[in-house]
Design a protein around this ligand. Structure first.
Ligand code: HEM
Length: 179
């Protein structure tokens, strides 16, 4: 059993200091479209696939980077959270790699955590999706790269320690299970 205490940080920033969640789908309709199972799977409609991963960050190495180097890791500016234009944004930056197109989005709800006792600082990656294949597409681009080798620069400072996929039922489904 493991217990990880996350916290909300200034502007919704990750523990690396960058605002996390900006490009999430906004508005109830968009969030339901990308976050909940739709008509293609009627038996499980309105349920959701929840994927979580515990990432540890090498904060020492990340904080040793200059500000422009840190910004190149994410492809966004740190203070303003403004995205770099495509001509400037590095191809291996997290926002370039994790973007798999406007039709494939997920709802991210990451939590930073830090434990001085065991010196574990990280991000609890938490995402809801209408289908796991979208998350898989993102993970493949991050870890393998497209083209292969263009892996996510964020992974030079982040190590995934766990990865779990859950199914989140609706309240009606839970009622049915108990009958
Ligand atoms: C290692 C832990 C991670 C951290 C600290 C992190 C942090 C961030 C930050 C700061 C952004 C830019 C702002 C935003 O749009 O939210 C971002 C964007 C994004 N991240 Fe992550 N992320 C992590 C892991 C992941 C993973 C594992 C995935 C997918 C499986 C993912 C998917 C995305 C997507 C889709 C975007 C938006 C890209 C765009 O369209 O611009 N992230 N993340």
């Amino acid at each position: 059993m493991e217990e990880v205490h996350g916290f909300r940080y200034w502007d919704g920033r990750s523990i690396l200091g960058f605002v996390d969640g900006t490009e999430n789908p906004h508005g109830e309709k968009q969030r339901a479209y990308f976050g909940l199972i739709g008509d293609s799977d009627p038996a499980y409609k309105n349920g959701s696939y929840l994927f979580v991963q515990k990432y540890l960050h090498d904060l020492k190495a990340f904080n040793a980077l200059s500000l422009p180097e840190q910004e190149a890791v994410f492809g966004r500016h740190k203070a303003s959270d403004i995205e770099m234009p495509d001509e400037v944004k590095p191809k291996n930056s997290h926002s370039a790699v994790a973007n798999v197109g406007d039709d494939f989005k997920i709802i991210r709800d990451n939590m930073p955590f830090g434990n001085i006792g065991n010196n574990e600082m990280g991000t609890y990656f938490i995402a809801y999706a209408s289908t796991f294949s979208t998350v898989k597409k993102m993970l493949d681009k991050m870890f393998i790269g497209e083209p292969e080798g263009n892996y996510d620069r964020l992974l030079d400072f982040s190590t995934a320690k766990t990865g779990y996929l859950f199914f989140v039922p609706t309240l009606d489904m839970l009622d049915d299970f108990s009958n």
